[in-house]
Design a protein around this ligand. Structure first.
Ligand code: HQG
Length: 182
């Protein structure tokens, strides 16, 4: 089924463009861009076959717009979610409303103590809607949605970045700004 193939490629792209390009001996530049031809050839050598047309379809149909081409379609990168050190030149933005983070019960005690930390990624990831946070939390079990007082954090001097695909990114969220619910 094509949908399934597109999903598999999307997951594979997340792996090589965010976390482990060395899996296919791919070089990303300092801004996280991979050469499209190299990506296609080296993925093929690794047993993941897709042509440029299919890659375009993955990028265009992706539910979260996880990937972006450069203007002449010779390079591709992930918009957010990296664990490897890349400079995305993200836009600093002002959050006008609460933001949300989806997690699970087993992390709550630690989050109450340390706040939200980036763990293995470059940033803590927040969303503007609860639904997204529920989905993110659900990847690990029964989701718990934390409500973040982002406007107050911004007033207090914390820097927020908005990725190309509208994910809010921040270095950390101290526990005082988090509403844990009841
Ligand atoms: C938790 C996906 C203990 C945190 C999603 C999370 C997202 C703590 C886990 C993006 C903690 C890290 C990122 C603390 C945070 N003590 N646990 N102090 N602080 N945590 O995968 O936010 O679909 O690195 O709650 O949509 O789950 O792949 O982060 O459970 O936007 O495009 O530590 O990844 O994007 O997990 O997910 P992750 P995340 P994609």
């Amino acid at each position: 089924m094509k949908e399934k193939k597109i999903n598999t490629i999307s997951k594979f792209l997340s792996l090589v463009l965010r976390h482990a390009p060395e899996t296919i001996q791919l070089q990303l530049d300092k801004n996280g861009w991979a050469n499209v031809d190299e990506l296609i050839i080296q993925s093929h050598q690794f047993g993941k076959e897709f042509d440029f047309g299919l890659l375009e379809e993955v990028v265009e149909t992706n539910d979260k717009k996880r990937f972006t081409f450069n203007v002449d379609l010779t390079k591709i990168r992930a918009n957010q979610g990296h664990s490897i050190d890349v400079e995305l030149n993200l836009k600093e933005s002002e959050p006008k409303d609460f933001l949300y983070h989806g997690t699970v019960e087993k992390f709550i005690d630690s989050i109450k103590k340390e706040g939200l930390q980036k763990m293995s990624r470059q940033y803590v990831h927040l969303s503007k809607d609860k639904e997204t946070a529920i989905k993110v939390g659900s990847r690990r079990g029964e989701p718990i949605v934390l409500k973040i007082n982002a406007p107050k954090m911004f007033l207090d001097g914390y820097k927020f970045y908005l990725s190309e695909n509208n994910v809010w990114l921040i270095d950390e969220v101290p526990a005082t700004y988090i509403d844990f619910g009841s």
